[in-house]
Design a protein around this ligand. Structure first.
Ligand code: AMP
Length: 399
């Protein structure tokens, strides 16, 4: 890690402004999944143990620059208070005199959660004056919000121009180390499993991974654009007509001398097809009929993917294998989840990147059998695409 980390800054007696990702799901004013809050606890405990004054800031939902009570961080602050077993104060806003006064009265070991950053449009606009107001609350800045690191906002980027010490928290470090291992030094065989709706959402990741992996197993809607680009009948399946050339460029790479690892792009041998994604059941086919659409990978594909996953020593998984929200078409995704968990139990290193693959893992109860589950869907995809994350770039270089 070439950036300053939380272990390298003095926190005692300091006002520590920490960007966290408390963008948690709510129902009736209660947090329904506190994974993201728990993920920030190691850094939170570190500041409190070191005798700092902890000022936490986060966004929640999309209030679009307007104050809206349903996006208040109150439930998150209450949940944090429960987890810490101590009182946590929610500031009335993230900037302004009242908040400044509240922070001015803090004692070492106190915790204040600033109200939702996105109640101000200046946050996402990375407004310099807004960043200055946030930065004025603190002596030291810690960024532990990996899930927001792909955005150059006032709380992730702007403040670092003003606070002289800007360090990565433990969660940020762990995310960068785990994802970084995949790109820099993966044990082989390295298998990536890429699913989801469209090629367009994942092509940058596929392009960046192809020279690094031994195989990419493809699932989800993007299968059909790859098949169609080879002239295969795909019926009513999701096909991105304008992405045919992108699919073709992937095949061109695989057949070229640049494909030094002899990487393979593995498409399903068979499919589950149905009349619609809401159908009660589907049928298994090798050739997709003209009036039906592909909604999951079929049993032969599941068996092949499971075999390949079992042989892998490094695994990266992003995106469902089918329309898994419909239980009738969740088998491919759940089977992949089980295979990744098993390969990890057998000594493999696995990273699951955000979004739907994480919900599938949670549903299957196998999340404890994965080496690293990324807390940032968008951020992990950008990182795996080889792009720099503004929130990481902005941190103080390690001395
Ligand atoms: P993404 O956000 O790109 O990872 O896509 C996730 C979405 O892809 C989920 O909502 C799935 O229902 C959807 N999906 C997966 N397989 C298919 C498919 N065969 N056809 C249409 N949508 C799919």
């Amino acid at each position: 890690m070439n950036k300053l980390t939380i272990d390298e800054v003095s926190l005692q007696n300091k006002r520590v402004l920490m960007r966290v990702d408390f963008n948690v799901p709510l129902d009736g004013g209660k947090v329904t999944d506190d994974t993201r809050i728990r993920a920030a606890l190691p850094s939170i405990h570190k500041v409190l143990k070191s005798g700092g004054k902890l000022i936490l800031m986060s966004h929640l939902g999309r209030p679009k620059g307007q104050r809206a009570e349903k996006y208040s961080l109150k439930p998150a602050a209450e949940q944090l208070s429960q987890l810490l077993g101590k009182s946590v104060t929610l500031a009335p806003d993230c900037v302004g005199t009242e908040t400044e006064d509240l922070v001015g009265k803090m004692q070492n070991g106190d915790v204040v959660v600033l109200e939702n950053l996105r109640f101000h449009a200046e946050e996402e606009a990375n407004d310099a004056e807004f960043a200055r107001k946030l930065a004025a609350l603190a002596d030291v800045y810690i960024n532990d919000a990996f899930g927001a690191a792909h955005r150059a906002h006032a709380s992730t980027e702007g403040v670092t121009h003003i606070i002289s010490q800007s360090a990565a928290g433990y969660l940020m470090e762990k995310e960068l180390r785990s994802l970084g291992t995949l790109l820099a030094d993966p044990a082989r065989p390295f298998i990536a499993i890429i699913g989801g709706a469209k090629i367009s959402g994942k092509i940058d990741v596929i392009r960046n991974l192809l020279p690094r992996v031994d195989a990419i197993l493809v699932g989800g809607g993007m299968v059909y654009t790859f098949l169609r680009s080879k002239g295969v009948e795909t019926g009513k399946s999701l096909v991105e007509e304008d992405k045919m050339s992108v699919a073709q460029a992937v095949y061109d790479f695989l057949g070229s001398v640049q494909n030094r690892n002899n990487a393979e792009l593995v498409l399903p041998d068979d499919h589950v097809v149905a009349a619609s994604i809401d159908a009660a059941a589907g049928k298994n086919v090798e050739e997709i009929p003209a009036d039906l659409l592909g909604v999951d990978i079929g049993p032969k594909a599941i068996a092949r993917y499971q075999g390949l996953i079992a042989s892998a020593r490094t695994i990266f998984w992003n995106g469902p294998m089918g329309v898994f929200e419909n239980g009738a078409f969740a088998k491919g995704t759940m089977s992949v989840a089980a295979a990744v968990a098993k390969a990890t139990d057998n000594g493999g290193f696995s990273v699951v990147g955000g979004g739907d693959s994480v919900s599938a893992l949670m549903k299957s109860g196998l999340s404890g059998h994965i080496s690293h589950i990324s807390t940032g869907g968008g951020a992990s995809l950008e990182f795996m695409s080889g792009k720099a994350l503004p929130g990481v770039e902005a941190l103080t270089p390690a001395s």
